[in-house]
Design a protein around this ligand. Structure first.
Ligand code: HEC
Ligand code: HEC
Ligand code: HEC
Ligand code: HEC
Ligand code: HEC
Length: 263
């Protein structure tokens, strides 16, 4: 079911018994009212990206990033506590974003704090990579180093980096970015392989084999989490170690499935 969280928050108290029937079409008042406004181009794109994002699908609310009251359609009340993102107290303010996103994604937030870039964010260096740099403001995307991201990294790591806080400029910088790109490609490929073996495990009929295979899947998921954390900390060697562990765990599970296959 789409948007479960948002629906539950306001539909249950208001509609009580009718809630279940209404749930399929009901949305949260922030979205409904904003969708009914004449939006300028940027606001329309923001709304569309949100609706198409994993956040829109998972029932994350506008209020989770902007504050406000999701239990009323009265604009003044709904906007209680909502500030323009330019305001330093808005949770959607550029400098507050890692913490705002981190309320739900603590592991990535912790990892970013360990990265060489975090001191730059603390010094309010605009160009320094933050959640929004790679995921966009509503996390509708996940940019790779090879995509539009490279240009942003190049500001400090590129051949001509002349930024006052330049990180690892020149050839070493390019090598660091290339290595990051390779790791990311591998992460994505292993993600697909993980989905493949997960499907095979679900098809196992023998309960004890399924149980054993599920344990192996947990180990694969642990390596995935380690890889995600190392990537967000920009610790490339740790990232590679986690990817290696994940690759061999997937390989072992695959052999076990092929050897014992009852499907
Ligand atoms: C009844 C209609 C309505 C509801 C409900 C509503 N909004 Fe709005 N919102 C508007 C309108 C209209 C504007 C633009 C006019 C303005 O600047 O006040 C706006 C502007 C905003 C802005 C920009 C503020 C700024 O200073 O630039 C944000 C952010 C926002 N809304 C978030 C929310 C959130 C979050 C919720 C739910 C908690 C919400 N809105 C609920 C109608 C609504
Ligand atoms: C995951 C966090 C997140 C979610 C969810 C989110 N926004 Fe935003 N929103 C931002 C950020 C960050 C900005 C700052 C400008 C930008 O990056 O686009 C912003 C900007 C805006 C603005 C422009 C005014 C301003 O304060 O900068 C409006 C209006 C707005 N959002 C409304 C909404 C509405 C309505 C929803 C739900 C449909 C929503 N947002 C969901 C993060 C979010
Ligand atoms: C209220 C909690 C909440 C907040 C705040 C939040 N997220 Fe999420 N996020 C979720 C949920 C729920 C999902 C979808 C389920 C999942 O994949 O875990 C998700 C998914 C994601 C994904 C995976 C997207 C995909 O396509 O699979 C990314 C990336 C992400 N969020 C980044 C962010 C960023 C960046 C911010 C801040 C701008 C943010 N989130 C704020 C709850 C939140
Ligand atoms: C340098 C770019 C970059 C930055 C900065 C960044 N991310 Fe990510 N993030 C990624 C990449 C790349 C992935 C891997 C998913 C993919 O794109 O295939 C990812 C994955 C995620 C996921 C999904 C994890 C999973 O298990 O699938 C979440 C959630 C997330 N990021 C949240 C955040 C948050 C919160 C921040 C800020 C604290 C942040 N990211 C900062 C690039 C970045
Ligand atoms: C605003 C400048 C700036 C930008 C933009 C920037 N970096 Fe950095 N980066 C730095 C600085 C400064 C360091 C620390 C260098 C040092 O002290 O060794 C660093 C270090 C690194 C390291 C080494 C980390 C470690 O712990 O050894 C990697 C890898 C890295 N950056 C990758 C990236 C990637 C990928 C991007 C693009 C998403 C990026 N950087 C964008 C400034 C920047």
């Amino acid at each position: 079911m789409k948007r479960a969280g948002g629906i539950v928050r306001w539909a249950v108290p208001v509609l009580a018994v009718a809630a279940l029937a209404a749930a399929a079409s009901a949305q949260d008042p922030c979205i409904d009212c904003h969708a009914a406004q004449e939006l300028d181009e940027a606001a329309a794109v923001h709304l569309r990206q949100f609706r198409d994002s994993a956040h829109g699908a998972a029932g994350v609310s506008c209020a989770d990033c902007h504050g406000g009251n999701t239990s009323t359609f009265v604009e003044l009340r709904a906007h209680k506590g909502v500030l323009n993102s330019a305001h330093r107290d808005s949770p959607a303010n550029h400098w507050n974003l890692p913490r705002t996103c981190g309320r739900c994604h603590d592991a990535e937030f912790q990892a970013l704090q360990q990265s060489a870039h975090y001191p730059l964010l603390e010094r309010r260096v605009r160009a320094a990579p933050t959640c929004r740099t790679c995921h966009g403001s509503v996390a509708a995307q996940s940019l790779g180093v090879e995509g539009g991201l490279q240009g942003r990294c190049n500001r400090c790591h590129g051949p001509d980096a002349d930024h006052e806080v330049a990180g690892i400029p020149g050839e070493a910088g390019q090598e660091a970015l290339a290595r990051g790109g390779r790791n990311l490609a591998r992460l994505r490929s292993l993600g697909q392989q993980r989905a493949g073996v997960s499907r095979s495990v679900l098809r196992l009929r023998d309960p004890s084999k399924r149980h054993e295979a599920a344990d192996a899947l947990f180990a694969i998921n642990d390596s995935w989490d380690e890889a995600i954390e190392a990537g967000h900390a920009f610790h490339w060697s740790d990232w590679e170690r986690a990817l290696d562990a994940m690759a061999s765990a997937i390989g072992e599970l695959r052999s076990a499935l092929e050897a014992g296959g009852d499907h």
